[in-house]
Design a protein around this ligand. Structure first.
Ligand SMILES: Cc1cc2nc3c(=O)[nH]c(=O)nc-3n(C[C@H](O)[C@H](O)[C@H](O)COP(=O)(O)O)c2cc1C
Length: 207
């Protein structure tokens, strides 16, 4: 049987969410997945980006490392893992724009039965990790994804993360994800891969 295919589609401006994405990729590969990592692109113009010092430079550096996600990536995947920093307690417009680009696949039922999972980061301790991750459960349900939470299904969840997905608190981007945060992310990558493997064929059977 071929390897489960895992798409990690994330937005990150300053690298915190990117670090979680890499750990999820590690866990997924350890569980036997073929992984695509993709960074959603900015949706505002250079004049808006110029108002936040470093934004344009950080975006250019990240974009050099990752292709932009496409609907073809989502169709290719057996599992889609979305990652986003919090923006005022919810998902970034950049990641949401990618999700909105999946409307054509949604209309054809092409994403039904794939595994779906989420992760994210905030600046502050109660700044919205859970609300952001839960807000992504809504489009995942509409897309027909089988939502894969982290739960408390691994010892790492008793030290870090959330039952909805891996997380980190960056304290104004000064603190990268801790080893405990990364352990949750690796577990999430492993778990979503195992679920994707088990789900193979479900969409075809129920169509
Ligand atoms: C416009 C804007 C809104 C934000 N809103 C929140 C928020 O509601 N709560 C919070 O804790 N952090 C908020 N942040 C901070 C980021 O979510 C946080 O620094 C995150 O760790 C950055 O991740 P990244 O390095 O992957 O971009 C906001 C940042 C920006 C630029």
């Amino acid at each position: 049987m071929s390897q489960p295919k895992v798409l990690i589609a994330f937005y990150s401006r300053s690298g915190v969410t990117e670090a979680l994405a890499k750990a999820i990729a590690e866990g997924a590969r350890e569980a036997g997945a073929e992984v695509r990592m993709r960074r959603a692109r900015e949706v505002v113009g250079p004049e808006v980006m110029a108002q936040a010092p470093g934004w344009a430079e950080q975006a250019a550096a990240l974009n050099a490392r990752y292709e932009a996600p496409t609907p073809e990536d989502a169709e290719w995947a057996d599992a889609i893992v979305f990652g986003t920093p919090t923006r005022f307690g919810s998902v970034t417009s950049e990641l949401k724009a990618y999700i909105d680009s999946l409307g054509g696949l949604w209309a054809q039922g092409k994403l039904n039965g794939k595994a779906g999972s989420v992760f994210g980061s905030t600046s502050t301790l109660h700044g919205g990790n859970e609300s952001t991750l839960l807000s992504l459960y809504n489009p995942m349900a509409h897309l027909g994804l089988i939502i894969v939470p982290t739960g408390y299904a691994d010892a790492s969840l008793f030290k870090a993360g959330t039952p909805y997905g891996a997380s980190s608190v960056s304290f104004n981007q000064a603190t990268p994800p801790t080893d405990d945060d990364l352990a949750v992310a690796r577990f999430q990558g492993k778990r979503v891969t195992e679920v994707a493997r088990a789900l193979r064929g479900v969409a075809a059977v129920s169509a």
